[in-house]
Design a protein around this ligand. Structure first.
Ligand SMILES: Nc1ncnc2c1ncn2[C@@H]1O[C@H](COP(=O)(O)OP(=O)(O)OP(=O)(O)O)[C@@H](O)[C@H]1O
Ligand SMILES: [Mg+2]
Length: 267
């Protein structure tokens, strides 16, 4: 579904934000991208829908290589919920905003109103449809941004830290909404939450514009040094295990680690 080969991107001479990134994501897979601030995650997501163009390398979506001729078509297939929701509002009201992508798709009016209602309800923003987007709180803006992207029904959705401004209950709601999309869409979630990432099919870890790990969640979490080097916020249980490794009795400590890990996943 997504094929990226040797991607490079620089904003200017000093910042080489993406340095030789390659991966393939099959249809229906859910991939999480982890990495500390400035590691190139958002830049990579913008490269995937042609918002910015690589200095070198290729992006292929659904068999179509991204270029001037294909960019419009590819944008319809790749929806992005941006990290900063302020950057994605164009409408005068929440309703107009959710409608925006639909208008571009020439969907008839009655059907459009139905879709707007459905997705506004899904993110619990149906009471705010007449409001100006600029008056919403950060978390409410994130909810509307998610509704806007889901309404267009793209086959690939990138959630760039889409729950960063939500309260814990909101995070739970939206993460379960994303989990429900599993299988029916190709999903990329950019997150700092290792627990959430552990639920995806695969984890890509970025550090300084490069991929330093691309593996299943289980295998990824075994690479503690790599996670520490990538400056990730390691959960308490993994830290305990990391310390334990420095001592003897590794087998015994491994059991402890497994028990703690299972416990934290059950939360
Ligand atoms: N518009 C821009 N102009 C110039 N440099 C930029 C711009 N956007 C990002 N950068 C730089 O590119 C690098 C990668 O940034 P990017 O936003 O992709 O990181 P990120 O992994 O998404 O970080 P975060 O976790 O903070 O969202 C950083 O060094 C950043 O300063
Ligand atoms: Mg970012």
């Amino acid at each position: 579904m997504i094929s990226v080969k040797d991607l490079h991107f620089s904003y200017n001479k000093e910042t080489h934000a993406v340095r030789g990134v390659s991966f393939d994501i099959p249809d229906g897979q859910w991939v999480s991208i982890l990495g500390h601030n400035g590691s190139g995650k958002s830049t990579l997501s913008k490269l995937l829908n042609g918002l910015i163009r690589p200095n070198k390398g290729t992006v292929t979506i659904d068999g179509e290589e991204l270029n001037d001729d294909t960019v419009n078509n590819i944008r319809k297939k790749v929806g992005i919920v941006f990290q900063n929701p302020d950057n994605q509002f164009i409408g005068v009201t929440v309703k107009h905003d959710i409608a925006f992508g639909l208008e571009n798709r020439r969907i008839e009016r009655d059907k459009m109103l139905e879709i707007i209602d459905e997705y506004a309800k899904l993110v619990e923003m149906d009471k705010f449809l007449k409001m100006e987007p600029s008056r919403l709180s950060g978390g409410q803006k994130q909810r509307v941004a998610i509704a806007g992207v889901l309404a267009i029904n793209p086959s690939i959705i990138i959630f760039d830290e889409a729950t960063s401004m939500l309260d814990p209950e909101g995070v739970n709601e939206i993460t379960s909404l994303i989990e429900n999309l599993k299988g029916s869409k190709t999903i990329i979630t950019i997150t700092h939450d290792l627990n959430f990432a552990s639920k995806s099919d695969r984890i890509i870890v970025m550090n300084k514009g490069k991929i330093v790990s691309d593996d299943t969640p289980d295998e990824t979490f075994k690479k503690l040094d790599l996670l520490v080097n990538a400056k990730l916020d390691i959960p308490f249980n993994l830290k305990v295990y990391n310390d334990a490794l420095k001592n003897d009795k590794i087998n015994q400590k491994k059991e402890l680690m497994n028990a703690l890990w299972e416990l934290s996943l059950k939360k």
